[in-house]
Design a protein around this ligand. Structure first.
Ligand SMILES: [Zn+2]
Length: 269
């Protein structure tokens, strides 16, 4: 009997361990899928952004005072000498994209490890990039047709997101490379395993705004350094449309109150 109850206890412990491991693996390491499997949220209706705080009652920060996105008004920002903060982008000329996923909230490209940025002497590893249509942050009241988020993670469950605004104009070759893997059905994933020069997706002039904010999707965790580039990159109308049709309509969160936060402007010579 003792042996049997020990066996049952052992199986119990094993099952709990498997459950915990599964839960951890479901809490994937990116901005868009940090929502747990049981929490349904959307960009529309009763599960839309104005209700995220209620839906995500367990550990949600969606009603917090340091939320993202915000409207960045340049004349209210503080000018900071670049030397004060060190910010360095370390993207290899051939960053490997592991896969592309339509997760039902956005189109997301995940990277193989190796690329990173350094901010304030801390390393943040590049995980993934995804899109919002139209943009979430507004700059001087302008909402661009698309915003690209490059999500990086630090060592303390903190994030750094590079935000790149996209305007419509001439078509972009690097964007075409990305879109060659589309379309994708909802929850469909394609393995890419191909090299790509991410630097080509950065604006020519790297002036940027910095502020402390949150993930823009539930659970809206307030542990994100936001680096929002001032100038947009250009892609064609068709390239914007190719993403738009695959994502939920208006997959953006409205601007949040700045409260007591400061936004700094960094001019890159
Ligand atoms: Zn995002």
């Amino acid at each position: 009997m003792i042996r049997r109850s020990r066996l049952i206890l052992g199986i119990g412990v094993l099952l709990i361990a498997i459950f915990v491991m599964l839960s951890i693996s479901l809490l994937s390491d990116d901005e868009e899928s940090t929502d747990g499997p049981t929490h349904a949220w959307s960009y529309d209706g009763e599960t839309g952004p104005e209700y995220w705080d209620e839906i995500e009652h367990l550990g949600s920060a969606c009603g917090g005072a340091r939320q993202s996105p915000i409207n960045i008004i340049e004349c209210f920002t503080e000018n900071v000498e670049e030397a004060v903060l060190n910010f360095e982008i370390n993207y290899a000329p051939y960053t490997k994209i592991h896969d592309v996923l339509n997760n039902g909230h956005t189109i997301q490209y995940s990277f193989e490890r190796g690329d990173f940025v350094v901010y304030n002497n801390e390393r943040f590893d590049l995980l993934q990039m995804h899109f919002h249509e139209p943009a979430e942050h507004t700059v001087n009241g302008i909402r661009y047709p698309l915003e690209l988020h490059m999500v990086h993670r630090g060592k303390h469950d903190n994030f750094l997101v590079l935000s790149i605004m996209v305007q419509e104009g001439l078509s972009s070759e690097p964007f075409q490379f990305l879109e060659d893997y589309l379309p994708l059905q909802e929850h469909e994933k394609k393995v890419v395993h191909a090299g790509y020069d991410l630097n080509q997706n950065l604006p020519e002039i790297l002036d940027h705004f910095i502020y402390a904010g949150s993930l823009t999707t539930p659970p809206c965790t307030e542990a994100v350094e936001w680096i929002v580039f001032k100038y947009p990159i250009t892609v064609s109308h068709d390239q914007v449309s190719a993403l738009k049709v695959l994502m939920p309509t208006n997959n953006y969160r409205l601007e949040q109150d700045l409260n007591d936060r400061t936004v700094t402007l960094h001019i890159v010579e």
